[in-house]
Design a protein around this ligand. Structure first.
Ligand code: TYD
Length: 142
């Protein structure tokens, strides 16, 4: 099934951290703070200056991306429209729906990109070629 989510379906979720003089806690629980169950968590770290991550879409997987440390830009595209969110707040999560292309760029030094995914790792779920992505989205490649 072709998912037809648009970039307007991908939004920042702002959590309500617990503040304390000795530090803060940001919390995500399945189905309470987010609309899916997390099956896998991974994080990107030691990303070299200038490196670009992502460069793909997922067929069935949706995910949240959190800048738990530092900052980076997440560029998303639904085949027609694009938008970029700069993530730099550990209490915000960017929700990327199924069938959306993403690139993650401009990592600050020492940044950590936490990903909460709705599915286990499954390479066949990836669309890694942009023309294949446009075809998946039903957009004719000329
Ligand atoms: P990829 O998801 O393409 O990384 P990013 O979107 O962060 O640039 O994954 C990079 C490589 O790591 C790819 O060969 C698949 C592998 N990988 C796993 O084996 N398991 C995982 O859970 C993830 C996220 C990646």
């Amino acid at each position: 099934m072709n998912h037809k989510y648009k970039i307007s379906d991908c939004n920042i979720i702002t959590l309500s951290p617990i503040h304390n003089r000795s530090g803060n806690i940001a919390i995500i629980e399945n189905r309470i703070h987010i609309p899916f169950d997390v099956k896998r968590v991974y994080w990107l770290y030691d990303v070299p200056a200038g490196a670009e991550r992502g460069g793909h879409a997922h067929r069935q997987l949706e995910q949240l991306i959190v800048a738990v440390s530092g900052s980076f830009d997440v560029r998303i595209c639904d085949g027609r429209d694009k938008k970029t969110e700069t993530l730099r707040q550990p209490f915000q999560a960017f929700h990327i729906k199924q069938g959306i292309w993403r690139d993650i760029v401009n990592f600050s030094s020492g940044s950590v990109c936490l990903v909460l995914a709705s599915e286990k790792y499954f390479e066949a779920d990836y669309i890694r070629d942009y023309d294949d992505f446009l075809e998946y989205r039903g957009i004719t490649v000329r």
